[in-house]
Design a protein around this ligand. Structure first.
Ligand code: NAP
Length: 278
């Protein structure tokens, strides 16, 4: 089965839109999302435009605050402080990557944990790791959503995650642990990557290496989630060699059209949850 991320994301957006309409009738308010975009890096501009379009479609009040690449760190921190104190703003997102002179950690730490729709603030990271309520990073949240569409009960499944980034691999591992999976994280220093992947009932690839996972790396009837986005000769491909893997497994996400659309839908979901929590 090829998992249709576009369709699942559209369904999730529809649910979010309905809930926002109901909340608007009750409270006369809608969620607000403020996105800070620094510089003119084209992929960031495209991501932010998509986020803004999708937000507006579901009824989120979305604003993009654009700064030139030579903006000072202090000016950005001041803006975050202002947004933290603004009751109309439910969620704040600072689009990464940032220019070199701006300290990413300082910026992420400055966002109020209850408005941190990306789930990158250490408070949310710690809460997730401790099993408390947390805002969960959008891509792993979207991956879990897709996995659970295929298999509701993940208890006892062996999940292998390739990649240990704060953005993807680590929160994905925490989420699957919470679902009672036995979790293995593999990375660039892992001795026998193929042998580890072969044990996986659920394999999540978040690496950034085109077609790394081959057909003989995967277990029969497993679930494969491909987070990777790689450009090969003007084509976008994932970390999984889709053609050699797809016949062997129970379900697989394509690239594009798999995890990507879910990431934005989960950002909208996080914004709605932040609004509700306030
Ligand atoms: P990252 O921070 O560069 O982390 C990559 C991870 O992969 C690291 O842990 C690294 O290991 C590991 N790795 C690198 N080469 C490896 C190899 N040959 N074998 C095993 N492990 C290897 O990347 P990221 O931010 O997590 O992103 C990963 C991919 O997901 C990228 O292609 C990115 O574009 C994509 N992405 C997609 C979405 C989406 O919505 N679909 C969202 C975010 C990111 P070490 O830690 O040992 O270096």
């Amino acid at each position: 089965m090829i998992i249709d991320g576009k369709k699942e994301a559209a369904l999730l957006r529809e649910e979010i839109k309905k809930e926002i309409l109901l909340l608007k009738e009750k409270t006369k308010k809608v969620p607000g999302l403020s996105v800070i975009l620094i510089g003119d890096f084209t992929p960031s501009q495209i991501y932010v435009k998509n986020k803004e379009k999708n937000s507006k479609e579901v009824g989120i009040n979305s604003e993009v605050i654009k700064y030139p690449k030579d903006i000072t760190e202090q000016e950005v921190l001041n803006k975050i402080k202002e947004l933290n104190n603004n009751p109309e703003v439910s969620g704040i997102l600072v689009q990464l990557p940032l220019p070199k002179h701006i300290n990413k950690e300082k910026i992420i730490n400055a966002i109020h944990p209850k408005k941190d729709v990306d789930g990158f603030n250490p408070i949310n990271v710690g809460n997730l790791a401790s099993g408390y309520d947390a805002i969960i990073p959008c891509t792993p949240l979207g991956c879990l959503y897709l996995i659970k569409k295929i298999e509701k009960n993940l208890s006892g499944k062996h999940a292998v995650i390739i990649g240990r980034s704060n953005l993807n691999g680590k929160p994905m591992a925490q989420l699957l642990l919470r679902e009672n999976c036995t979790v293995t994280i593999v990375h660039s220093k892992t001795k026998d990557l193929k042998a580890e992947c072969q044990k996986a009932d659920i394999l999540v690839a978040a690496v950034g290496k085109a077609n790394l996972v081959k057909g003989d790396w995967v277990k029969k009837d497993s679930i494969i989630i491909d987070v990777g986005i790689n450009k090969v000769e003007e084509k976008i491909v994932g970390d999984v060699d889709f053609e050699s893997v797809k016949e062997k497994v129970k379900a697989i996400t394509p690239v594009p059209g798999g995890v990507g659309p879910m990431t934005i839908a989960c950002l909208l979901k996080n914004t709605l949850e932040c609004f509700k929590a306030r």
